[in-house]
Design a protein around this ligand. Structure first.
Ligand code: F6P
Length: 318
């Protein structure tokens, strides 16, 4: 029986468990033997392998995190680490490997594909920063978590005539801030892709309060600056009572949204189909509601498109 290995790598994201479940159950249904690899590429180098049966992935569909656990491996970035990992896979008879993770994990997966391990990537990151897919795993759930948190902050801010500056994740990308900002009807969005002007924002917030507003919300992507610093500048320039909140790792938790569960179930199914079609060295994603795939190289070469259009929409809404 042919063996398929699956691992989760990099920062975890809600929906990784659902992806593992889909890969394992579809793989078994199509006659493959399934192997879970613990703690990402670290587990690959330490041969931390476990056989997975249908029952082993029961009750994980709706759980955040990843039951295989995840890590960022320094050793695997070096060539010796990659040779060791490929040898361990061959020794265990694992012919196919599915890596669920972000850009760094894809680079590792591509290296193994060059070493004749048939490798596949699934976009597991809340940041939505992988090109050639409209969404990444966990992004939708994170937006819901952030939107709910902003709602809570709005309640207390409006009781005290305050401005709330909220810092969200996204590494060097602003997708979480932009989407959650629009979903929450915030007053200003600061993202790395589009320079913002704190002076203009402060003036606008001041005008709002003069017109009778009781609260204002500013969302800032972590790639721009610290919320504390932005809040200090706004307070200084506007004179408004301004507080900073860093949402932090709360954004990476919680039960995956229905969208993330269905999205990952579709990709898990498709990856097994690709194995049967003899296609490998590719990463999957969703474009225009279709599950699509591209070679790792294509993804590395592709430009990460700035969601400028969405920003334009936001500017007309505030
Ligand atoms: O890439 C996912 C992410 O959550 C980023 O948004 C964030 O910058 C980073 O990981 C945090 O990493 P860690 O969990 O190692 O602190």
């Amino acid at each position: 029986m042919k063996k398929i290995g699956v691992l989760t790598s990099g920062g975890d994201s809600q929906g990784m468990n659902s992806a593992i479940r889909s890969i394992v159950r579809t793989g078994i249904a199509h006659g493959y033997e399934m192997i879970g690899i613990k703690r990402g590429f670290n587990g690959l180098m330490e041969k931390d392998f476990m056989a997975l049966e249908t029952k082993d992935v029961a009750d994980i569909l709706y759980r955040g995190g990843t039951f295989l656990q995840s890590a960022r491996s320094k050793e695997f970035r070096k060539e010796e680490g990659q040779v060791k990992a490929a040898n361990n896979l061959r020794e265990a008879g694992i012919e196919y490997l599915v890596v669920i993770g972000g850009d760094g994990s894809y680079r590792g997966a591509a290296k193994l594909n060059e070493r004749d391990i048939k490798t596949y990537g699934l976009p597991g990151t809340i940041d939505n920063d992988i090109p050639l897919t409209d969404y990444t795993i966990g992004f939708d759930t994170t937006l819901n978590v952030v939107t709910e948190a902003i709602g809570n902050l709005r309640d207390t801010m409006s009781s005290h005539d305050r401005v709330s500056v909220i810092e969200v994740m996204g590494r060097d990308r602003g997708d979480i801030a932009l989407h959650a900002g629009i979903a929450s009807g915030v007053d200003a969005i600061l993202i790395p892709e589009i320079p913002g002007d704190i002076h203009k924002i402060s003036e606008k917030l001041k005008d709002g309060f003069e017109r009778g507003k009781t609260h204002s919300i500013v969302i800032v992507a972590e790639g721009v600056d610290k919320a504390e610093k932005i809040a200090h500048l706004i307070k200084e320039q506007s004179g408004l009572d301004t507080r900073a909140t860093v949402l932090g790792h709360i954004q990476r938790g919680g039960t995956p949204s229905a969208f993330d569960r269905v999205f990952t179930s579709r990709m898990g199914h498709k990856v097994i189909k690709l194995m049967e079609e003899g296609i490998h060295g590719v990463a999957l994603g969703m474009e225009k509601n279709e599950i699509t795939y591209h070679s790792f190289e294509e993804i590395f070469q592709a430009k990460n498109v700035v969601k400028a259009n969405l920003y334009e929409i936001f500017e007309d809404l505030v």
